[in-house]
Ligand binder design. Structure first.
Ligand SMILES: NC(=O)c1ccc[n+]([C@@H]2O[C@H](COP(=O)([O-])OP(=O)(O)OC[C@H]3O[C@@H](n4cnc5c(N)ncnc54)[C@H](O)[C@@H]3O)[C@@H](O)[C@H]2O)c1
Length: 372
């Protein structure tokens, strides 16, 4: 039975990947390594941890002794490194933490894997690697910088990170590539556009807006809301990582994108309209509304749920204007294409948040941290 080390598996994409693997492959084992920072939530994977095939270790990817111990205790075939500080705004306020986790943490994992997976050297002095192992780095399209109105990022677009977050992710990618060149380490990298879907921490655009609409609070939008991001449903991202891990060429980089370019303001408006439509058509969902105002007849009012909630706030420092991914390499070589269009994915996501308000409330109240 193959064993996967999934770092950051209590975070948004990592947890979705754990669920995806357990549901897709009956014969594998998973060890989740996660520090449970503010972004990690054990509740997200509590059902998965009931399986004998999934185990949780709380710890830092930068902890050398712990990483070595894990490799001694388990015969890992794959490492999939999701663990990261992932929020651009936080990187602007506290850049150094991003270097520690995203760069040094990744390098520590690479080293632990190298110590565990190599035995002896070939005649040129390169390490001899255990068969079938792979270190997979989950990276981001933000390493390419910002685009104007035209063009797409390909795997050969020059790296041009512009925020402390993207600079740290770029550095991590370069270390992964350096280990592939220097030690012939079997690695792969995926660079993905913005993900959305279930279990997304409510500080990020889509869950933040859903949460604030339900609270009836102002919806803060940076600048004029014209920044463009390419959105990918998280399950499609999980499938892409699976394809690269098992069928992608060692040493290669694959861009993963959703063909779903949207301006931030379009997304906010769509979320407003969709929630209002759902609450109008399916009154049972009105119980999740936190802003509760009634008309004279005693009916819950929804008329305040409109564009007036949008407030434009001072733009993020160095805000990248547009990201857009060209995923034709992964489509051509591995047959992967995104299966969920944005119009369906956003509705599924909104329903998930409406159905899982307890998960959100736990985060908003801070309870998720007290229990872990
Ligand atoms: N969310 C996106 O849209 C997106 C897009 C492209 C790439 N990515 C990349 O995908 C990965 C996962 O992103 P996400 O949105 O799920 O992030 P997230 O912030 O939701 O989760 C990160 C997880 O890593 C854990 N973690 C943080 N520091 C750690 C450390 N030192 N040791 C162990 N665990 C630690 C946290 O507790 C959390 O569970 C990241 O590497 C991110 O850069 C994310």
């Amino acid at each position: 039975m193959k064993t996967y080390l999934i770092t950051g598996g209590a975070g948004f994409i990592g947890a979705n990947f754990v669920k995806y693997l357990l549901a897709t492959y009956p014969h594998l084992r998973i060890v989740v390594l996660d520090l449970l920072t503010y972004a990690g939530n054990l509740k997200t994977i509590e059902n998965d941890l009931r399986s004998e095939r999934c185990e949780f270790v709380r710890g830092d990817i930068g902890d050398r002794a712990l990483a070595d111990q894990l490799f001694r205790d388990h015969d890992f075939q794959y490492v999939v490194n999701f663990a990261a500080e992932s929020h651009v705004d936080r990187s602007i306020d506290h850049p150094q933490l991003f270097l520690l986790t995203n760069i040094l943490g990744t390098q520590n994992l690479l080293d632990a894997a190298r110590r565990a997976w190599t035995k002896g050297t070939d005649y040129r002095g390169y390490p001899l690697w255990k068969d079938g192992v792979r270190f997979h780095q989950v990276s981001t399209d933000e390493v390419y910088g910002s685009l104007g109105a035209e063009g797409y990022f390909t795997e050969t677009t020059p790296l041009d990170p512009r925020s402390p977050y993207s600079a740290s992710k770029t550095s991590a990618d370069l270390f992964v590539k350096a280990y592939a060149e220097t030690y012939k380490m079997p690695v792969s990298i995926t660079r993905c556009s913005n993900n959305y879907g279930p279990y997304h921490f409510p500080e990020k655009l889509i869950p933040l807006m859903i949460t604030r609409v339900l609270e009836g609070k102002p919806l803060p939008v940076y600048g004029e809301g014209t920044n463009v991001r390419d959105w990918l449903y998280v399950e499609d991202h999980c499938k892409a990582i699976d394809a690269v891990l098992h069928r992608g060429k060692s040493g290669e980089i694959y861009n993963v994108g959703g063909h779903n370019e949207k301006q931030n303001i379009e997304i906010v408006e769509l979320i407003l309209q969709t929630i209002r439509r759902i609450l109008t058509e399916q009154p049972a969902y009105r119980k999740v509304l936190k802003r509760r105002e009634y008309d004279r007849a005693g009916n819950l009012r929804l008329d305040w749920m409109n564009r007036d909630l949008i407030t434009f706030v001072q733009d993020r420092l160095g805000h990248d204007q547009r990201y857009a991914i060209d995923p034709s390499k992964i489509t051509r070589e591995l047959g992967w294409t995104p299966q969920t269009c944005f119009e369906d994915g956003i509705v599924k996501t909104i329903y998930w948040y409406l159905d899982n308000q307890e998960w959100v409330d736990d985060i908003l109240s801070g309870d998720y941290r007290r229990e872990s």
